[in-house]
Design a protein around this ligand. Structure first.
Ligand SMILES: Cc1ncc(COP(=O)(O)O)c(C=O)c1O
Length: 413
């Protein structure tokens, strides 16, 4: 890992102080034109020695606005300190985790996975319009039936049709023959420009799509396509647990990636990340954003610089090896849990590199599911699955209680 290092607490505090000092300070700077200030001291406790030990709270009080995208062109000079930390995050994610070439990527911290997925579709739609004069009717989004509903939101917002590809019930793999038949049919109906959302861990199953399957079929039908990887959940685990993964920027089929820090990384909400190859994000430039000093290339306008600082702190508190150890612990717990399910004869789906185990609902009573907070695939009472996720707070101690309850209920049935 070239950039993903572990820093001492002192270094973290020093770097954050330096970043905040490089931003405009609304306590001392009386800049008259900014529609922004530090947090209201009449309401919030904004001073005191407790802030010295809490760089994140200090950042929230300073309230920097990281508006814009800071990997390309000019940025608003008032917040250059927190923008620099954001650039370091994007560098770690793009280069160290997703194997982009140096300087060959763009990205920013979005409000979440939904925005990052919609941003990708927006970029592709505008690219097709610009490059091919494509109409909305000639474009189509493809994604598996297990894909997060944010893709349906994107389809609705951008007026581009979304077509769901069926998956095998047990393996959750895209059915290649069905995909082939669907693409053939879409082409016969005049679709020429395809946007794919390929999952790097679906919300319900933790299943990982192979983007090369999409690429093979779309190339067979000689259509124009771009692939976005939705790693909102799996982005901070799969590329680390599966060192052979080819779902990254070394894969020429991958154009952009979503990766949420507010899921596996346990960052505050509002920390989804959008990454893409160079040359794409310009397609969503809002030329009318003239009061912002820099290019506006993001769906969201103002966004929290403190959130960027939170993500930076987490990444550099762990470093790559610290994070690897944390992920390995969660995977060991997952392994242990699947062994218990095997012993009980409970059927489930699990990707071997992920920390999600999705149990067939016929093995779990509603009472147990509700007592242990399992999440069903649908809330309308006709669910087929319940998922268990090995997050930081889910320890073997908690899992044992669930396993015992399940054992008892299976015995009595
Ligand atoms: C795979 C996947 N993509 C996108 C999202 C949307 O993320 P957010 O809620 O941060 O907008 C989620 C949320 O659970 C998800 O699991």
């Amino acid at each position: 890992m070239k950039y993903w290092k572990k820093y001492s607490k002192e270094k973290l505090i020093k770097r954050i102080d330096k970043a905040l000092n490089a931003n405009v300070n609304f306590q001392t700077n009386k800049g008259l034109g900014y529609p922004v200030s530090r947090l209201d001291e009449n309401v919030f406790n904004t001073s005191g020695s407790f802030l010295d030990d809490s760089p994140l709270l200090k950042s929230f009080v300073a309230n920097p606005n990281n508006i814009g995208c800071h990997t390309l062109g000019k940025s608003e000079p008032a917040f250059k300190g927190s923008q620099k930390l954001e650039r370091e995050i994007i560098q770690v994610l793009a280069v160290d985790i997703f194997k982009a070439k140096e300087g060959e990527y763009d990205g920013y911290i979005a409000t979440g996975g939904t925005e990052a997925n919609v941003q990708a579709l927006w970029v592709f739609r505008n690219l097709y319009k610009k490059q091919f004069n494509a109409t909305l009717e000639e474009m189509v989004i493809l994604s598996s039936e297990d894909t997060h509903y944010s893709v349906h939101k994107g389809s609705n917002l951008l007026s581009v049709e979304n077509v769901s590809i069926p998956v095998d019930f047990n393996s959750r793999e895209i059915l290649k023959d069905e995909l082939d038949a669907i693409v053939k049919d879409l082409v016969s109906k005049g679709k020429k420009y395809f946007m794919v959302i390929s999952n790097m861990a679906t919300t319900m199953f933790g299943s990982v799509d192979n983007p090369d399957v999409y690429a093979e079929i779309l190339e067979k039908h000689k259509v124009v396509y771009k692939i976005h990887v939705d790693g909102a959940f799996g982005g901070f685990i799969y590329p680390i647990s599966n060192r052979e993964s080819t779902i990254n920027f070394e894969n020429p089929h991958v154009s952009s990636i979503t990766i949420d820090a507010h899921k596996m990384l346990q960052a505050p909400y509002g920390t989804g990340v959008f990454l893409c190859r160079k040359g794409l994000i310009e397609n969503v430039l809002t030329k009318e954003a003239q009061y912002v000093d820099g290019m506006d290339l993001t769906i969201v306008g103002s966004r929290s610089g403190a959130n960027a600082i939170a993500v930076w702190m987490i990444l550099f508190s762990y470093g790559y090896y610290g994070w690897f150890e944390k992920i390995s612990t969660l995977l060991l717990r997952t392994e242990w849990f699947t062994e218990q399910m095997d012993a009980l004869g409970v059927e489930y789906f699990r990707d071997p590199y992920m920390n999600i185990v999705t149990l067939k609902s016929e093995f779990v009573t509603e009472k147990i599911a509700s007592k242990f907070g399992l999440v069903p695939d649908t809330h309308n009472g006709s669910n087929s699955w319940y998922k268990v996720i090995m997050m930081d707070h889910v320890e073997i101690h908690d899992l044992i209680k669930f396993v015992d309850a399940l054992k008892l209920s299976l015995k009595s049935n």
